[in-house]
Design a protein around this ligand. Structure first.
Ligand code: DHB
Length: 478
């Protein structure tokens, strides 16, 4: 008896006692239905499942949906979207028609997938005294949700070894990070504090739209691409609440202006820093050729980005081309295949910056990313040496900055095997170079990455659900 008691105590100290609390209750669902194009989709909705034993907010919940016909199926892949935008707190999405189309959650159910849509804390959350959603809260929550699904795999429909995450922008950054950072020990104390289920947090695949990741180098990448643009048209972040940020169908308030002399100088300095960083990554293209930049920002990496743009244009449906053909593209009829040649500078000149320098680590700590890196008592901090040295203010802890950047984990052995990354060519919230560096880093360590720029697409995601689910179908069959 003594022995058994001892064993229970050890198990509890190790966290196993959370088991009962975190057990999935199969009977707690509502049967719901949605009409889509004359067809009725019936599904079980387990909404508001608290996925940790010691939640600190109302956001640590997931919605679990199972389409009719899959109630006792243990093999179907689980689609796991997050609705995070702007690093704000986000509740889990529901299957809905939005802008006259099924959203990704509904589309997944229509295609017979099980869905676990997840909520997560974000930068603005506060309890009565402290901030409770600053970095790394969002990624810790997503990991805890994966652990819940894995812990309960035997009792839940779907296969928790086939989780495919999905997210856009800040949510895309989190989807990428969830994909690559499985099992990294630095998240462990945070997971323990929340009472996360004792299971691993490895996922199978990650779908990533316009990821605002690699925040330590976003400013340099941004000026490398958009440094020649003097005019900006940026979102007015002041007064934007979580609901409006996360609802991508709403157009936010914009502020327009032109860079002043100081901003132009900052832009030049940041642009000059990018080649050294890019070269330090030792990226190679599909043929094994090194992708690099000289000190002026010219070189094979720029050609690679230009080729991505050309390919995006070539891939656009021919009917769109008539309306879209801009003057910076020339039709290349020399070879046996039709192709388009781009003038990179002319293309960039056709865009408007969404951000003035410093684009991410604001000198007056004014940007959403400064807010992300605050701590329980401090609202905002810096996360780059450059901005900190220019303006003072506190620097976030190096360990926390590291835990928010997918680029730090691409070589992780437990990282997901499959990635789909999309970035619109008209998206000036972040430089195309950022998802490109992520895609190349992953490819260079042998991951399977489907990466494309999408012609004419602005900042957003889930715009190509047929293609997304075709990719999911392909990878889950592997
Ligand atoms: C998002 C957009 C941004 O421009 C940014 O800096 C961070 C996040 C977003 O849409 O999630």
């Amino acid at each position: 008896m003594k022995c058994i008691k001892g064993a229970i105590l050890v198990a509890c100290l190790a966290g196993a006692c959370f088991g009962n609390e975190l057990k999935f209750d199969e009977s707690k669902f509502e049967l719901k239905s949605v009409q889509v194009g004359g067809v009725e989709l019936k599904f079980r909705a387990y909404e508001g499942i608290v996925y940790v034993a010691k939640p600190v907010s109302e956001y640590e919940v997931l919605n679990f949906y199972v389409p009719e016909g899959k109630f006792s199926d243990q093999r179907t892949a689980i689609f796991m979207p997050n609705a995070i935008g702007g690093y704000m707190p986000a509740m889990p999405s529901k299957p809905e028609i939005q802008n006259k189309k099924p959203n990704a959650t509904l589309e997944a159910l229509l295609r017979g997938y099980v869905v676990a849509s997840v909520g997560a804390r974000g930068r603005t959350l506060k309890d009565s005294e402290n901030f409770i959603g600053k970095a790394p809260a969002a990624i810790v929550d997503l990991k805890a949700a994966v652990r819940y699904l894995k812990f309960n795999d035997k009792f839940m429909p779907g296969d928790a070894n086939k989780i495919i995450s999905n997210g856009t922008s800040a949510g895309g950054a989190m989807s990428a990070l969830l994909g690559v950072s499985a099992g990294a020990k630095e998240y462990e104390p945070y997971l323990k504090e929340l009472g996360a289920a004792r299971a691993d947090d490895q996922i199978y695949a990650a779908s990533i739209y316009c990821p605002v990741t690699n925040l330590e180098h976003q400013d340099e990448a941004y000026e490398w691409m958009f440094g020649d643009l003097d005019k900006f048209e940026r979102i007015d972040f002041s007064g934007l609440d979580a609901a409006s940020f996360n609802d991508r169908s709403k157009k936010p308030q914009m502020v327009t202006g032109e860079l002043n002399a100081t901003q132009k100088e900052l832009s030049r300095e940041l642009k000059a820093k990018f080649p050294a960083y890019l070269n330090s990554l030792n990226l190679k293209d599909a043929k094994g050729h090194m992708l690099s930049l000289d000190e002026n920002g010219e070189g094979s990496f720029k050609e690679y980005i230009n080729a991505l743009l050309s390919r995006a244009f070539t891939a656009t449906k021919s009917s769109d081309k008539n309306t879209l053909t801009p003057k910076f593209i020339t039709l290349d009829t020399q070879g046996c295949q039709l192709g388009y040649t781009f003038e990179f500078e002319d293309f960039i000149a056709s865009l408007k910056r969404a951000k003035a320098p410093v684009a991410f680590d604001g000198l007056t700590l004014e940007n959403p990313e400064n807010d992300l890196f605050g701590d329980s008592k401090t609202p905002t901090k810096h996360f780059t040496k450059f901005a900190k040295e220019q303006s003072g203010g506190e620097m976030a802890e190096a360990g926390v900055i590291k835990m928010m950047n997918a680029m730090n984990y691409t070589a992780n052995k437990k990282a997901a095997k499959f990635y789909r990354i999309r970035q619109g060519t008209s998206d000036t919230d972040l430089a195309l170079a950022v998802p490109a560096m992520l895609a190349l880093s992953l490819k260079n360590v042998g991951k399977e990455v489907d990466f494309e720029a999408v012609w004419g697409q602005g900042h957003g995601g889930d715009y190509d659900l047929d293609e997304l689910f075709a990719w999911i179908k392909r990878v889950v069959e592997r």
